[in-house]
Ligand binder design. Sequence first.
Ligand code: ADP
Length: 726
Amino acid sequence: MSLANKLAEERRARLAAERLLEQKQAELQAANRKLGKHAKALSEEIVETRAEVQTVRDENARVKSDLTIAHQKVEIAERRLWQSIETIQDGFAYFDGESRLIAANNAWLSVFDGLEAVQPGISYVEILQYATEEGVVDIGENLPVAWREAMLDRWQTMSPEPAIIRLWSGQYIKLIDQRGVGGDVVSLALNITDTIRHEQQLKDARHKAETANRAKSAFLANMSHEIRTPMNGVVGMAELLADTSLDDEQLLYATTIKNSAEALLVIINDVLDYSKIEAEKLILREEAFDLERCIHELVLLLQANASDKGIDLVVDYDLFLPTEFLGDPGRIRQVMTNLMGNAVKFTETGHVIVRVVGLPDDGTEKMRVNITIEDTGIGIPADKVDHIFGEFNQVDDEQNRKFEGTGLGLAISQKLVALMGGDVWVDSVEGEGSTFGISLSLQLASPANAQNLGAPAHLRKVLLVEQNSLARAILERQFGALGVQTLSCTTGKEALLQMSDDVDLVLTDHVMPEMDGFELAEALANNGCDAPIVLLTPNLGAAEQDPGRRYIHGMLQKPVSRAALFSALSSLPTPTKEETALEVPAKEESRKMRVLAAEDNRTNRLVFAKMLKSLDLEIEFATNGLEAVDLFQSFQPDLIFMDISMPEMDGKEATRRIREIETETGQHVPIVAMTAHAMDGDADGILKAGLDYYLTKPLTKDALTDHVLKACPDSVVSPEPVQSVA
Ligand code: ADP
């Protein structure tokens, strides 16, 4: 190889080596740069890790200090808790799952004072053993083994019932044990000695109060009996005295005695009722009764008073509401008497309306009956409305003091209605009038009672002659509800003008100015009217005696009950038939009505005889129950008045015997109880003994007369009073 070639080759080799060097240097540099970067990242990582390590160290230090603090806190809390547990007077103990005592406070341990064995570590069974053997507990009549078994059984239940034990010292301890997780038991022993003593004192006090209350009730019962018996003499004799020929001054004295005695009886009855309700001695009876009839009877009673004042007293009984319900008729009547009596008492002009409506009570088989008594009287100031339901409370101003009353009526009524599960309310505007309402949920007496009522098909148009706008409006509404058209007039004259051929019935008021009901009937008959005429009269007895009745087809006592109205409508002659008057069939007048009265008190027999003097009757007296039974058989009375307390045989027993005798004959003589007992429970016993009615003494002429007339058989001479009863 030439030198040139060699040189060229060497130069190429040198150049190649230089390039390689350059390349390696570049690579070295790149590697260096990479290394530099890596070293930087590494050192950054080291710095970071160091910081983290520092943080963790810090955290550790903090946790350590927190733990120390927590530890201290736990210690404090435990100390405080234990201090508190030691401070409380009641015992506290803690048992483990094996029923071994872990800890107990001094109060708990002190019960076992002196027994060193009772300390942490002892088992519950051993504790029970010490408790009985060392006489720590007073186990009474129990055997120690039985007592321990019972206590252990209780302890082993999942959640032991609290138990009360008595210590030897007479202290009472209530044990409350609570089982926790793992079977641990926290046991509290509460010292309830004071509570038990207090309870005992309360029991003793209650027992004493109940004894006193019973004594009070017995005293009231006796007092009512003792007062009523002589009062019967006072009221009865004063009534009879007033009937004799007296000069004006004497008559005034006699009537004052009677009125004062009656007023006294009202007060006694109110006070008695109130005491009975307060003593929770008042028992409500439940029997079937006719609500409408009850209200109408009260209207009849209050009518005289209302008419004297010139106020209208009307009843608006929902035509489609049944009338027979189950309830305590005596008490419902008492409430209604109070509310209706007040309405008449506190009204000088205008009217008193008793409205009765009812709807089925949701979800029950009962009816919600609402009765309102609306008056146009003096009203009650708004600030006194709540006050009047309180005891002895009246709207006490000058104006009101002229009205008599005890102020107990509404308090009694409210309590009675509440006992029946109902409400009483009042709505009143002073000077304009008041509306008192009661709402009762009453069971229907029988399903038949809810039957649908309707007018006879041929009755399409009625001529109504009634001067009282309220009574007229009520009748119009009732006929309207039956689908019968009404043509209303206020006088007889107007009726004569209005009368037309398409009138199927004339319903006329009895007492009207210018032309009364009978005169109208006669005039209509003379005009050739052939529609039946029915008279509405406030005095049926007197109307029946009136010669004008031959023009009348039927008579109804006002206020007209729904039953009477429907019965009159259903017995109207149909247009196709010959007209037949609704005459009461003539009585076969053969003998006098026979009345037996059993009464041991001579004065009362005298009063009784005098009170029935004006009736045409045959009366026999028995002086005890035995005589009554004998006379029942020999005298065969149509009616018996029976005193309840009599020597030898009382009225209840005598009645039972009479009812026994009657089972053979199938007859049933009405027996009216006469009793001086006003306390409840009596009435129940009396009615259960087979008596039909119940009269409390003092007896009144009206009440006796009512019973006689009610019981009078058709076949005897009418005993109607010579002078009609007012
Ligand atoms: P009494 O009527 O015996 O005073 P009540 O308890 O029945 O007792 O009534 C309490 C009072 O409520 C009455 O004194 C009277 O002031 C007032 N009061 C009751 N009903 C009416 C009424 N319908 N109109 C006006 N005030 C009445």
